[in-house]
Design a protein around this ligand. Structure first.
Ligand code: PRX
Length: 652
């Protein structure tokens, strides 16, 4: 088994343990350490208790129907996500702020629950007016502006399925996702800001729309209220958001959605070149995100909750929108980047909005470390009371830095492990109960049955293996969009009836889990998930490329970076210009998150006698390790030559 991201030695050097402080423990939402046994003794009863904290239009008849690997939760129940995130707060929280938004250029907007309700109702009516019906897919390609939340909730109100595509993805990526989901309407914006530049999303979407016949209407948000001149509109198809919103009623009755009807699909990368549409349904997903937000983040009525993730990723779905809003929280949303206009952007936002709970990614924390504590010291962070980490393993140095400089040694840190597929956090400390260890995501959330298993499915009590979830949980993916077969093969065929997550993990003597990175060909680039095959397909799409193999190499800030080995087609010749051209080509095909760090031209790739590319060897070359066994190679000299070439480049 290979673990690329982080070595266990590094993880375990930091031996300190951090029990919850007494003051924190005493006020925590969950203080009972027996909750783990109680939940395990009756998981269905436990999850049903959580589900009862939501508002249902009709109670369920059966908590769980499990035909492995197909699960149905809260069978027969009817519920509406927008009612749970908005309407049900109106009696007590009509004037409570739901969204505090800060644009990159310093513009701000805020929405109370009452105001959010009107916006969601109106946009739901816009969708209906434009022909969207229950079950239809709506693609959302927006910057981090409040309309992204409004659009998602409006879909959920009428039972339409949202498919959010990260605004940093290319036109090609958008096109592929629209086609796979067969989306009928697209919501986009004229532009969004990032690092002082305008990103023209609608222009990019227009590139996709020439090849997406399913899209009948496009609703375009004017980022600055007045339409940008650089935003061509196609008559009959493209409509401005603000025009549409003015023409509809302010009230739209919510649909009573079956617990198992789809809430959204979100595409994520796997080991093939084709991203997969993860399917989440309504009742179980909401139960999972509601419960974890309340206990993991210890959310209270007066908290100001800031999850820095983009809504284009699952973290934004679960912990910017559905989890916090189902709890009636105040959330902060920001547009832009942590280092623009200056490297204290995050700390200024925390000070300005008196953020109490802050949830970000290790890649950001490592960047803050590099920039230095002087940026942190420019702001008053005394409002903070809890910190979270997500997206990749957090190295102990980064954990300690986060604890010391951001948490001022008083805030618990919750290192939360989960996936697009799991819907909500599965492994995490409970901040009022768990003794944390820097680098460990500690224990499964109560009600989650997780194990460490080896290849043959035997339980590893103490030691390394793969993380496995042995019982269904409410917010689990139900399938892959239109692809049950791939769902079964990908997640449920390593061991029968057990979920295979694709992560390497080690359990220590206390039963705590230490995540070690992916064990497949999925990369984590600055926390973003990209499959090596997707990048390889982008390379071979270029006329100069014959073949390519992509591997990840550890990177100080990003966690991992792309190294590509490329063979050229005659008459192309290696050159620095071609390297740049190929990097740009990959960015154009996928998006800037996939920009290769290094490209190495080679006359051949190391292959087994049966013709399979030996990535392990390429990875070894990329990290500068001595080469292991090369006897199965068709031509061992290929790899020796490559290694020498790589070393000479690195040295030069
Ligand atoms: O490898 C694990 C890593 O992120 C993967 C899931 O990526 P994605 O679906 O994009 O969702 C990311 C946000 C939930 C996992 O398979 N991962 C996520 N959180 C952690 C982590 N690895 C270690 N520790 C974490 N806390």
């Amino acid at each position: 088994m290979k673990n690329r991201t982080i070595s266990l030695e590094t993880l375990l050097q930091e031996g300190r343990k951090f029990p919850p402080s007494d003051p924190f423990r005493r006020q925590a939402n969950i203080q009972d350490p027996d909750i783990y046994q109680k939940a395990a003794a009756d998981p269905e009863g436990y999850w049903a208790r959580w589900a009862r904290e939501l508002d249902w239009m009709k109670p369920w008849d059966q908590v769980l129907e499990w035909n492995p690997p197909f699960a149905k939760w809260f069978v027969g129940g009817k519920i509406n996500a927008s009612v749970n995130c908005v309407d049900r707060h109106l009696s007590q929280r009509q004037n409570k702020v739901a969204i505090l938004w800060e644009g990159e250029t310093g513009d701000t907007r805020r929405f109370t629950y009452g105001e959010l309700s009107e916006q969601v109702n109106r946009f739901a009516n816009v969708l209906k007016k434009r022909g969207i019906q229950r079950g239809d897919r709506v693609a959302i390609y927006l910057p981090m502006i409040p309309e992204i939340v409004i659009a998602c909730l409006a879909c959920s109100r009428i039972g339409a399925v949202h498919s959010v595509v990260f605004g940093g993805f290319s036109a090609d990526s958008l096109r592929d996702r629209i086609l796979d989901a067969h989306a009928e309407l697209l919501v986009t914006a004229d532009f969004g800001w990032r690092r002082g530049k305008r990103l023209f999303l609608k222009q990019s979407a227009d590139g996709a729309l020439t090849q997406t016949p399913s899209i009948e209407n496009v609703v375009v948000v004017a980022r600055e209220g007045t339409p940008s001149k650089e935003c061509p509109m196609k008559g009959g198809r493209d409509h401005w958001w603000h025009d549409e919103m003015g023409k509809v009623e302010a009230s739209c009755p919510p649909e009573a959605i079956d617990a198992e009807e789809m809430l959204f699909t979100l595409y994520t990368s796997g080991t093939t070149g084709k991203p997969k549409g993860i399917v989440h349904t309504t009742g179980g997903y909401l139960t999972g995100v509601y419960a974890t937000t309340k206990w993991v983040f210890d959310l209270k009525e007066n908290d100001v909750f800031w999850c820095t993730a983009d809504i284009g990723w699952v973290t934004g779905h679960s912990y910017v929108i559905y989890g916090p809003l189902a709890n009636g929280a105040t959330v902060v949303i920001y547009e832009g980047a942590p280092d623009w206009p200056e490297k204290d952007r995050f700390w200024k936002i925390i000070e300005k909005y008196k953020v109490t709970i802050f949830y970000t990614a290790p890649t950001a924390i490592r960047a803050f470390m590099k920039w230095g504590a002087q940026w942190v010291d420019r702001a008053d962070l005394s409002s903070l009371r809890l910190l979270g980490s997500v997206g990749e393993p957090i190295n102990p140095e980064a954990w300690i830095w986060y604890h010391h400089y951001i948490g001022k040694e008083k805030c618990p840190i919750v290192d939360t492990w989960w996936q697009t597929e799991t819907g909500c956090i599965l492994m995490t400390p409970l901040p009022g109960i768990t003794t944390t260890k820097p680098g460990s995501a500690t224990k499964p959330f109560p009600g989650i049955a997780a194990e460490v298993l080896n290849d043959s499915g035997e339980r590893v009590e103490v030691g390394g293996g793969y993380v496995a979830i042995t019982k269904p949980w409410p917010s689990m993916l139900r399938t892959l969009f239109n692809d049950d077969e791939r769902y079964v093969k990908q997640y449920w065929s390593k061991w029968k009836g057990i979920y295979f997550a694709g992560d390497g993990v080690k359990r220590d003597e206390d039963g705590d889990f230490w995540f070690l990175g992916r064990v497949d060909d999925v990369l984590k680039l600055a926390g973003h998930r990209i499959g090596t095959m997707e990048v390889e397909s982008a390379f071979v799409d270029h006329p100069a490329v014959a073949e390519s193999a992509v591997v990840g190499r550890p990177h100080d800030i990003k966690g991992e970076a792309i190294v590509a080995f490329v063979t050229l087609r005659e008459p192309a010749k290696p050159s620095p210009e071609l390297i740049e051209e190929l990097k740009e080509h990959v960015v154009k095909k996928i998006g800037s998150i996939a920009r290769p760090e290094e490209i190495l031209f080679t006359v051949d790739l190391p292959k087994t006698r049966s013709g399979k590319i030996m990535r392990r060897l390429l990875r070894d070359i990329a990290v500068g390790k001595a080469l292991g066994d090369t006897t199965t190679l068709a031509d061992p000299s290929v790899v020796e030559g490559l290694k020498r070439q790589y070393e000479s480049i690195e040295a030069g």
